[in-house]
Design a protein around this ligand. Structure first.
Ligand code: CP3
Length: 352
């Protein structure tokens, strides 16, 4: 599916990414904008059963995707799902326990990678594609639909650590001691993630975001091999099918290697985490590609003057070029919903 020029013009988010002119006040959406800080989300979540049941229920997943759009009028909706539906669809056991985060049956040895299979994926992920279809029809004409997936490295950390990790010893040691079998896992994730994202676009996603939440724990050589190369391979595969689809890369913690990531992966725009100085990004990255970010999610909890000042710093540095306002990481569940309203009002008042 190609993005029509009339659609790009109608949506400030797409205009900023690929349009001829950029809007005067930057478009805004927030990573994890559908979630537990919203009472209406908690209500649907309680009806759904488990978290994965919610991800695989097209009506309810579409409903929670739309909740923050109704409440705040964000410029983009992000499909409600999770990065861990890919390992689930490859046949790994994935569960989410209340208050504990994700638990996966750990991959311990190369033979465990061989047991995974792409052959079940299409069927298992059908409900997610149906959610995309519902959203493509339901969204207001000026709101863009973002599809997403986890990047191979970040997804591999969960698959090998068995959940969230503090030190990433298992996954890093596996990649160091046996890079060939680790490459097999990354290759499987490149292929399955590209197929998954290609299908999201076929069903109506207008932009894709690749979340590499744990990109920032590598030496340079490892960053190039496990972060840049897989992102580049995924972008190439998507472009072969959907030539003009905008893709946002979010290599969290990429630091001094963000420039290489931006130059070498072929992404359309880059997401900045909270630690990236906005002034530096304005000088070094923004002349080359649109940037997205990077308000500290905790400033949004603090609210008041703290929030206003932090917002103005980001807007002042980046708001005069191609820029999408976002957080530097996902919104926290303790965020007061009215602080988000204050943030959106302030962004709407800005003229860049
Ligand atoms: O609103 C949106 O942004 C869309 C939905 C979305 C979720 N997860 C829903 C979710 C997106 C884009 C994600 C991405 C995701 N999931 C990432 C990458 C971004 C990041 O935050 O670093 C990662 C690493 C995951 C894996 C994951 N999912 C973890 C570690 C957890 C537990 C931590 C937590 O916040 O509870 C989840 C659960 C999860 N994914 C929730 C939501 C709304 C909360 C679970 C619940 O409602 O019970």
């Amino acid at each position: 599916m190609a993005l029509k020029p009339t659609v790009i013009e109608a949506k400030p988010f797409l205009q900023t990414l690929v349009g001829k002119e950029r809007p005067t006040s930057p478009p805004v959406w927030l990573m994890r904008q559908a979630g537990r800080y919203l009472p209406e989300y908690r209500e649907v979540r309680a009806q759904a059963g488990s978290f994965l049941d919610l991800c695989y229920n097209p009506e309810l997943a579409a409903e929670v995707t739309l909740q923050p759009i109704r409440r705040y009028g964000f410029d983009a909706a992000i499909l409600f799902s999770d990065i861990l539906v890919v390992p689930d669809a490859l046949g790994q056991l994935v569960t989410f326990q209340e208050g504990e985060g994700p638990k996966l049956q750990r991959l311990e040895k190369p033979g465990d990678i061989a047991k995974l299979s792409q052959s079940w994926m299409e069927q298992r992920l059908q409900p997610v594609y149906e959610t995309v279809e519902i959203l493509a029809k339901a969204l207001p004409a000026d709101v863009a639909l973002i599809g997403f997936a986890g990047a191979p490295w970040t997804v591999a950390t969960y698959m090998i650590e068995g959940g969230s990790s503090r030190d990433f010893h298992r996954v890093k040691l596996w990649a160091m001691r046996d890079p060939d079998s680790f490459q097999d896992l990354i290759d499987l994730l490149v292929s399955s993630t590209a197929d998954y994202l290609i299908e999201q676009v076929a069903r109506g996603a207008e932009t894709l975001q690749l979340f590499d939440s744990w990109a920032g724990i590598h030496s340079e050589a490892e960053f190039r091999r496990w972060v840049i190369a897989p992102a580049k391979a995924i972008v190439e595969r998507i472009r072969a099918r959907h030539g003009d689809i905008p893709i946002i890369g979010f290599p969290r913690g990429g630091g001094l290697l963000l420039e290489a990531y931006a130059a070498e992966t072929g992404i359309t725009a880059i997401g900045l985490d909270t630690t990236v100085p906005p002034g530096w990004a304005a000088q070094v990255l923004q002349p080359k590609l649109p940037v997205q970010g990077n308000l500290d999610p905790l400033a949004l909890i603090a609210g008041g003057d703290v929030l206003d000042r932090a917002t103005d710093e980001v807007l002042g540095a980046l708001g005069h070029g191609r820029f999408i306002f976002n957080l530097g990481h996902g919104i926290d569940k303790f965020t007061p919903p009215e602080h988000v309203e204050r943030l959106v009002d302030r962004i709407r008042d800005f003229r860049g």
